[in-house]
Write a protein that binds this ligand. Sequence first.
Ligand code: PHE
Ligand code: NA
Length: 454
Amino acid sequence: MAGLPSNNRDSFGSKFGVIAAAAGSAVGLGNIWKFPYIAGVYGGAAFLFVYLGFILAIGIPIMLSELIIGRSSRSNAFGAFKVLAPGTPWRFIGILGVSAAFLILSFYGVVAGWSLQYIMLSIQDGFSSKTPEEIASLFSSLTESTVRPVVLQLVFMLLTGAIVIVGIKKGIEKYTKILMPLLVIILIFLCVKSLTLDGAKAGLEFLFKPDFSKLSGDGILSALGHAFFTLSLGMGTLITYGSYVQRDNNLLSTAFSVTIADTVIAILAGIAIFPAVFAFNIAPTEGPGLIFITLPNVFHQMPGGFVFSILFFILLTVAALTSSISILEVVVAYFKEEFQMNRKVATVLATVLVSMLGVLCSLSMGVLSPITFFGLNIFDLMDWISANLLLPIGGMFIAIFIGWIFGRKKVQKEVSYGGHLSGVLLSVFMFLVKFIAPIAIAIVLLNKVGLLSF
Ligand code: PHE
Ligand code: NA
């Protein structure tokens, strides 16, 4: 194609392929496992609304920014800044992103390992005839044990590495076309069942009736961090994927479609979980185990729940895989292009390093739980540093880069290749990336370190 460097990089075959890959990256454990768990911890509806505000005002503009940086530079998250702003420190955003990828994948693989375990438990019909208390202790005895969750995490990382070696395009498109709608359908069934449980109303109120007095500075920071985490933003995932996007793709509509899919799936997960949480007397503040101790109770009250639960955990694992490969790809593209490694070596190295950190995350739920930093175990620490610190900081610089360095003219040129951005919309976008996103992120972070308080 004219104007493109002919360095024979991969590119996505079809327009749908791009949306599929970006949606595959976005939709994952963040929506179904993490969103309900942190919404529960930070008070429900108030958290939800702040999170939605961040998605709109910061998430969508930064997603578009990353796609623009990726497509116009055709490079990985680190190299992109070397192409667009040679000889400047901007490339350190790439380093920040690669570090975030490491930390995120280390605990992500652990949770995906739990999901693998729940596929097996479902197949053995392991939840039926169990009381809510027994289901809860099933989860803690699994996650606190030493060998099994480590092995399952390694199995999941092996799968991730294997897919990244083969190349990320194959399979993703099929997943998003067939399996993602199937996941949505199962979630809808779960919502219906959950809503008809006794006591469901309390759950709905928890999720949708905000009590902003319950919202703490920590809650706001987590909502911000989660907006980045769930949309795969702030660490160059979408720079990397954007670099594979053809010029005829409409970046703005890609950003919108992906954001809508991701948000709808998170809200469905919330509707499936919270009514059941209240119906079965589970604490909304339960933590990382929330879905694993809530949903099995719902499954075993559903006609056909046996089949549903097998399918659900399979789909959850697949959703986790299409996200984990996008995280690993950031590291692999960086190793490959900056250290001239071939894809195989880069992938094996990245997978081994991440898995080692992942083993520590897994053990920190059990034998290593006495080791804490600022009151957080290793698992929570990796999550906290990446989602609440590295991603928002990365996102802030990405917004500043597009707003102040890349500039309106080049933005307009890049987005109009495959689409059209009206002058008004362009102005809104530029205003958001120049001012709103950086300032809002800075305020939330400064509030956390105590330099500013509200
Ligand atoms: N967005 C993914 C999810 O919600 C997680 C992710 C974070 C993927 C960062 C890529 C980069 O599960
Ligand atoms: Na997500």
